[in-house]
Design a protein around this ligand. Structure first.
Ligand SMILES: [Zn+2]
Length: 229
């Protein structure tokens, strides 16, 4: 059981990453029919939604994202200056987050509010790991207790990942897709491929949450189960 959980966890990390990288790279080589850069598309979408105050910036680190504090859509250099299908699609997705922010989308607010707590929760896996190693060598109940705290903190990370899901799915499928399809950024034959990009991106978030769940179950079995393997 533990081995099964361990390997399904590993697969949940590797497969979605390979899938999203392959998909994004594939369509980064495919020029979009609209012929505009990711930056241009983002600027147009933001302006159309009354978000002239939101900046569009190129970034070299942190990947493509929307920064709600700086009110900035940040795109990697490749997508900022590129006119590929990946550039246009990712730009629309990040604008989806800017629109969520402007509309005070509930899950985005909830997610932002929990960020400080999540920073503490991120200590969970390390605390858990160290504690469990220590229980093997030192038979003090203290390590079991700290391991339990680690497990609770890890559960906090999982809950945060669950809250992230509606934010990401909404930005892609309730906002980016209708914008891309309705504003003429995609030719009919490009719609399927844009969807593939967004689905691959969305799956990484689903997989991340599933991975945490599996890891929590695995550590819980190690901690409280009898079958030590
Ligand atoms: Zn996103």
């Amino acid at each position: 059981m533990l081995t099964l959980l361990f390997f399904s966890g590993i697969l949940l990390i590797i497969i979605p990453q390979i899938w999203v990288r392959t998909t994004l790279n594939k369509f980064a080589k495919v020029p979009s029919s609209v012929g505009k850069t990711g930056a241009d598309v983002a600027r147009e979408i933001l302006n159309k939604n009354g978000l002239n105050n939101v900046r569009v910036e190129a970034t070299n680190h942190g990947g493509d994202h929307y920064d709600p504090e700086a009110k900035a859509v940040r795109l990697s250099e490749e997508y900022f200056t590129g006119t590929s299908l990946s550039a246009v699609t990712v730009a629309a997705h990040e604008c989806g987050h800017a629109i969520q922010d402007a509309e005070n989308y509930a899950f985005m607010k909830l997610r932002a509010a929990t960020v400080p707590v999540v920073r503490i929760c991120q200590l969970g896996p390390t605390l858990l790991f160290i504690s469990i190693i220590l229980t093997m060598f030192l038979s003090s109940p203290v390590w079991k207790f700290t391991a339990l705290i680690g497990l609770i903190l890890y559960t906090g990370i999982f809950l945060f990942q669950v809250i992230t899901l509606p934010v990401e799915l909404d930005a892609s499928f309730a906002r980016a897709v209708p914008i891309l399809e309705g504003s003429g950024y995609l030719a009919p034959e490009e719609k399927g491929n844009a969807n593939k990009i967004l689905q691959a991106c969305a799956f990484t978030y689903v997989a991340a949450a599933l991975y945490s769940l599996i890891e929590i179950m695995r550590w819980a079995i190690i901690l409280f189960g009898n079958n030590r393997r």
